[in-house]
Design a protein around this ligand. Structure first.
Ligand SMILES: [Zn+2]
Length: 124
């Protein structure tokens, strides 16, 4: 990916960070945003099909959200927004995690759909 294309993808994420900063109460968290040109490293393994991954330490309200710029380049603006809100939902619900991620994924996806649909109905 060229530097110019990388910057274009990062700008898309930054626009979503700005849009959702207040509605999703991102100001309550210390979030590190990482932009990677390729596969993301999660717990020592490459996550080849993950467009984004959130790692959260809810005790201290710290999170890192990594972005695979190559994969998000293929996403429409609407899909990228759903992925963005989904990852932030992982930050919000992480402390409820029990066992595997299946229930958490379903909850995060449902909340992401609720928030993005509501934003659309309210005219963004
Ligand atoms: Zn997820």
């Amino acid at each position: 990916m060229t530097g110019k294309e990388s910057k274009r993808q990062i700008a898309r994420i930054k626009a979503l960070r700005k849009k959702w900063y207040s509605p999703l109460r991102l100001f309550e968290w210390d979030i590190t945003w990482k932009y990677v040109d390729g596969d993301l490293l999660v717990d020592g393994a490459l996550a080849e099909d993950a467009a984004a991954v959130a790692t959260v330490d809810w005790r201290y309200r710290h999170a890192t959200i990594q972005w695979n710029l190559r994969l998000i380049a293929a996403q429409s603006d609407d899909e990228l927004e759903r992925i963005f809100v989904h990852e932030v939902m992982h930050v919000q619900v992480n402390e409820m995690r029990e066992g595997d991620l299946h229930h958490e994924e379903r909850v995060c996806q449902t909340l992401a759909l609720c928030f993005t649909d509501m934003a659309r109905r309210l005219g963004d």
